[in-house]
Design a protein. Structure first.
Ligand code: AMP
Ligand code: GLY
Length: 430
């Protein structure tokens, strides 16, 4: 197989690392890729939103399968375009991707198919939304309808804060057209959990449960980022809880999208809050999560290329996935200042020392020049380690982090720490 991966982050680096283990794969291209990816795939200088150019590249280079990383090209209909042209591609159609690209659609869909989620209301009028936040119990969460690069959900604690936020989203258009409508929903309390699944539109194969760490500082302080680390499996997520989420969330979603004539093929990502009353959906994504994918992929014991090809052929034949019986922990190293402004072009040392049989370094914002790596983004690297127990996996990931240096690097010191301490109602049997 000749494979084209679209994207340029740590998620895409992890996908390519896993694809390279497949005996069926003999050539991988990545558009546009990054410094780390360039060592294992051929970089193609086409941007993810240049759908026509990507299609022409796939045709001209006898690509057997294209795998889409980020949500933007999916929401823009790249899969429809490739399928119409007879090119195999892994990912949902534009209509199915609306489960992520419109929060209003996602909430109304969940209501219709009885998928548990926070109670909510939808507004397209500022005055009505402002009046509503004066009448409800706070805190609530205000969400722009459209894609906002993970920054479109804001928790507000006072009426003033709520009205300010509504003004920013709906009038000042902080997220552009994504703010034409807002969802206002109850704030949920519990532990967050990610459950991703492969699906061909009919059957659902859940991956291991994982957990992201969005806030920039330890103990979940500070502003949200694209994700500062992730680990899997999650000790509090027992097999029974995973089964419950599959039955209550993933399967009804896939059946519902089929009934709505929007068959979903690819990875369905459920972002959940595990409350005292059971799991509730915070959001659906239409793609692999970042950085969860960097932690999850090393534990899948299947050929990733074969799995993605089966989905692209609309024919997943497996009944369930198998995983290595280990824990995987990923720690993101970011540029000083991230998620605010940050410098680029800092020399990165020690990457090769940090890589071993049980430890990978996936690049997000890096470039490669004359044999050296330099920073080029906010999130720079994700160091991922696998060990037999969670404590050892945490220790190994941080050993790797400590071998790598660049000016002003920062990272959270507590990835997976709370989960490794905490007892929880739904805990795994040990
Ligand atoms: P979203 O953009 O919907 O993924 O939300 C981003 C983050 O905001 C989530 O990962 C949660 O940490 C938080 N969040 C969103 N909705 C809720 C909610 N209803 N209750 C509590 N936290 C939420
Ligand atoms: N980890 C959150 C996301 O991929 O959107």
């Amino acid at each position: 197989m000749r494979i084209l991966v679209i994207g340029s982050g740590g998620r895409e680096h992890a996908l390519i690392w896993k694809l390279r283990q497949s005996k069926q794969v003999n050539k991988i291209f990545c558009a546009p890729g990054n410094g780390g990816i360039s060592a294992m795939a051929e970089s193609v200088q086409i941007k993810p939103n240049q759908h026509d150019d990507l299609l022409a590249f796939a045709r001209d280079n006898q690509i057997d399968l294209t795998i889409v990383g980020p949500e933007d090209p999916l929401a823009g209909g790249i899969v429809d375009k490739f399928e119409q042209a007879g090119q195999k591609i892994f990912g949902p159609s534009k209509a199915a991707a609306e489960i992520e690209s419109s929060k209003v659609f996602a909430k109304q869909f969940m209501t219709k198919y009885h998928i548990p989620t926070a109670p909510y209301k939808v507004f397209d009028n500022l005055d009505e939304a402002s009046q509503f936040v004066g009448e409800v119990n706070l805190p609530v969460v205000i969400k722009a309808d459209g894609l906002a690069a993970g920054k479109g959900a804001i928790i507000v604690n006072t009426v003033d804060e709520a009205r300010d936020t509504l003004q920013k989203i709906m009038v000042d258009k902080a997220f552009g057209e994504a703010g034409n409508q807002v969802v206002i929903e109850d704030k949920l309390i519990g532990e967050e959990l990610t459950l991703m699944a492969f699906t061909d539109g009919k059957s659902v194969l859940p991956l291991l449960p994982s957990q992201d760490h969005k806030p920039v500082f330890d103990e979940d302080e500070g502003p949200n980022t694209g994700g500062m680390g992730a680990f899997c499996p999650v000790p509090f997520a027992s097999d029974k809880l995973v089964e419950m989420i599959t039955d209550l969330v993933l399967e009804p979603a896939i059946r519902g999208l089929w009934e709505e004539n929007r068959p979903f093929r690819g990875i369905l990502y459920a972002g959940l809050m595990i409350t005292d009353f059971g799991p509730r959906v915070i959001e659906f994504n239409c793609r692999f999560g970042d950085p969860e994918t960097q932690a999850v992929l090393p534990l899948i014991s299947h050929d990733l290329a074969a799995l993605c090809m089966a989905v692209a052929n609309h024919n997943l034949e497996l009944d369930e996935l198998n995983f290595f019986d280990r824990f995987s922990v990923g720690v993101v190293m970011a540029s000083g200042g991230y998620p605010g402004s940050y410098d680029k072009g800092k020399l990165i040392n020690g990457i090769d020392r940090a890589i071993s049989g049980n430890r990978q370094v996936f690049h997000a914002g890096s470039t490669f020049d004359n044999g050296k790596y330099y920073t080029s983004g906010g999130r720079v690297l994700c160091v991922v380690a696998q060990e037999d127990n969670l404590q050892d996996a945490i220790a190994s990931a941080y050993d790797g982090v400590n071998l790598i240096e660049f000016d002003n690097a920062h990272f959270r010191k507590d990835i997976a720490a709370r989960a490794s301490r905490r007892r929880f109602r739904f805990s795994r049997q040990v």
